[in-house]
Design a protein around this ligand. Structure first.
Ligand code: NAD
Length: 476
């Protein structure tokens, strides 16, 4: 095993303020509610005090969004709106290092991911939807925006989820009120500064921070025309109930329990990389994570042996270190959930194997872990753990793989590893998942629609399909 000298990225590039207000009508304001602390999950250091938006604050934000929609944004030509989106995209690129460092500090993800994956895809999203703003007549979903979009996002990809929500909404001519997750508000607040820097008209983007109550106030506000939510299936169901019977258009991007299926003719070393990327990328805090490995029985021993060897080389620790592969769990609460569900795996008789490593004494950490001897009935095979924990099942025939893969309430993503193109196509047709990756995993591109079936939600984000949720949809 190699020893690496520490190679930490400097945090001096980021100016974290002691306290943050709400971003309403183009300005930071105090708000009328209380406040909460956001912490660095790798050290438990308190980073800042952040305003908790009250119902009255949410109302102010929605009013600002409505004014901006009626007076400015919906009247502007698509080509003019595109200029703002391009400007935002370019500023994101210019300030990319700052955004990446702040994301890693507030979220716990390794800097090489925030720097090389999150931030570049965020910029790409704004570039991509800037291109659509003056071409909506070719979208197939009409050209008329909905009005004010209320958007609520989770903590696993704070800036990326913001981009998935805000870029298409603005391109279509809507204005937004967005709430980041309570454990990761800081990059959304830096994004608010970027909106100021881009001279975005006041009220087009409003960022209100807070927890579930603030989210509830946004989605149930009577003057919100569209609700876009990414988060857990449980909260997604509550939101669907809250807006039922209203005129609001809704898209829900919820949980997953993806099968990553490895056939015996797959290139094993590549598949092992894909398994590792599928479940340990972003500490497994990925809705489409390949958290169920389905491996063909004839190669199961070989795959597991090589997987364990590869896992033993993963470097875990300081998220700001450029050599780190696996960072911190986002919060103490999430760590507790991962521990509890893993203990259920032990109690159900599955066999736990984890990487032997020294965990830091401060912060929230969980070692990359696999469970073998898992059966369909086990809770660790059915429920989303949302952490670096892989459940391993075996199969003999392609039909058995399909049956096991589809035997879940979720339907967000799946992976297929095989040498045969015809098998890839036939599996992709039979798997009930919104995204099927073949001989790769966790690949995201702004041009490609993403979304689920069943309890993974409805609606698509990304690509031309991502415009549908933000347009009135009259025949064009
Ligand atoms: P969560 O549902 O607890 O919280 C998500 C957001 O909703 C947070 O901002 C939270 O403050 C807010 N919220 C909580 N209660 C609310 C309510 N009653 N009304 C309105 N808003 C409310 O989820 P989480 O733990 O932050 O995120 C993890 C979950 O998100 C996982 O299940 C994961 O699979 C899912 N996720 C899905 C996708 C996707 O695209 N399908 C992407 C990322 C994460």
């Amino acid at each position: 095993m190699f020893e690496y000298a520490p190679a930490p990225e400097s945090r001096a590039i980021v100016d974290i303020k002691p306290s943050y207000g709400l971003f309403i009508n183009g300005e930071f304001v105090d708000g009328t509610g209380t406040s909460f602390k956001t912490v660095n999950p790798a050290t438990e250091e308190v980073l800042a005090e952040v305003a908790e938006a009250s119902d009255a604050d949410v109302d102010e934000a929605v009013k600002a969004a409505r004014r901006a929609y009626t007076r400015v944004w919906s009247r502007m030509s698509g080509a003019e709106r595109a200029k703002y989106l391009y400007r935002i995209a370019r500023i994101i690129q210019e300030r990319g290092r700052e955004l990446a460092v702040l994301e890693s500090i507030d979220n716990g993800k390794p800097i090489k991911e925030s720097r090389d994956v999150d931030v570049p895809i965020v910029a790409a999203h704004f570039f991509y939807y800037a291109g659509w703003a003056d071409k909506l007549k070719y979208s197939g979903y009409g050209e008329t925006p909905l009005g004010v979009a209320g958007q609520v996002i989770p903590w696993n990809f704070p800036l990326l989820m913001l981009a998935w929500k805000i870029a298409p909404a603005l391109a279509c001519g809507n204005t937004v009120v967005l709430k980041p997750a309570e454990t990761t508000p800081l990059t959304a607040l830096l994004f608010a500064e970027i909106c100021q820097q881009a001279d975005l008209p006041p009220g087009v983007v409003n960022i209100v921070t807070g927890a579930g109550d603030t989210g509830r106030a946004i989605v149930s506000h009577p003057d919100v025309d569209k609700v876009a939510f990414t988060g857990s299936t449980e909260v997604g169901k509550a939101i669907a109930r809250a807006v039922a019977g209203s005129e609001k258009k809704v898209t829900l991007e919820l949980g997953g329990k993806a099968a990553n299926i490895v056939f015996d003719d797959a290139p094993i070393d590549q598949a092992v990389e894909g398994i590792v990327d599928g479940i340990f990328f972003n500490q497994g805090h990925v809705c489409c994570a390949g958290s169920r490995l389905l491996v063909q029985e004839s190669v199961a021993d070989e795959v597991l042996e090589r997987l364990k060897r590869r896992m033993s080389t993963l470097r875990m620790g300081d998220p700001l270190d450029k050599n780190t592969d696996v960072g911190a769990i986002n919060s103490g609460e999430q760590l507790k959930r991962i521990r509890e569900l893993s203990e259920v795996g032990d109690a159900e008789g599955a066999e736990r194997w984890e990487v032997a490593c020294d965990l830091p004494t401060k912060g929230f950490w969980f070692p990359p872990t696999i469970f073998t001897g898992v059966s369909q009935a086990h809770r660790i095979a059915r429920e989303e753990i949302f952490g670096p924990v892989l459940s391993v099942l075996t199969f003999r025939t392609p039909s058995e793989a399909v049956e096991k893969a589809n035997n879940t309430p979720f339907g967000l993503s799946a992976g297929v590893w095989t040498d045969k193109g015809s098998r890839i196509l036939s599996m992709a047709n039979r798997l009930r998942a919104g995204v099927v990756w073949a001989n790769t995993f966790n690949k995201f591109d702004p041009t490609s629609p993403f979304g689920g079936y069943k309890e993974s939600g409805y609606g698509r984000e990304g690509g031309r399909h991502g415009l549908e949720g933000y347009l009135k949809g009259e025949a064009s």
